[in-house]
Ligand binder design. Structure first.
Ligand code: HEM
Length: 88
């Protein structure tokens, strides 16, 4: 449920950039896309380009008509948030 979802800054997203543990953000939502690799019509290599980072721009420029929100619903990990300030 929504209570188990995480708030994920870019630095944490970046730690999940291997094919076996690939997270990517689309429109503010972070998904674990590892299980989707074999099914992507555009291939694994294109998906790996967005592993560990915000894939919104690449996604939108290739297929803005695809409903990732619906397709990846069960892969939702949490929400992308700004990097917390390290100032003290
Ligand atoms: C094709 C889903 C991420 C590049 C497709 C198609 C779907 C899809 C459903 C078929 C679209 C159609 O035929 O109308 C997804 C999902 C993504 C994702 C759910 C997020 C996890 C990306 C990214 C890129 C990309 C980040 C580029 C870096 C492509 C390309 C095709 C394609 C080039 C065309 C393949 C072809 O027709 O030969 N994708 N995609 N996709 N995707 Fe993705």
């Amino acid at each position: 449920g929504v209570d188990t979802l995480m708030r994920i800054p870019p630095s944490v997203l970046k730690q999940h950039r291997s094919k076996a543990d690939a997270w990517s953000a689309f429109n503010g939502k972070v998904y674990n896309i590892t299980a989707y690799f074999p099914f992507h019509p555009g291939g694994e290599r294109e998906l790996m380009r967005v592993a560990g980072r915000d894939g919104t721009d690449l996604f939108t420029s290739t297929h803005a008509w695809v409903n990732a929100d619906f397709m990846l619903d069960s892969c939702l990990v949490g929400f992308l948030i700004p990097e917390p300030s390290t100032d003290s």
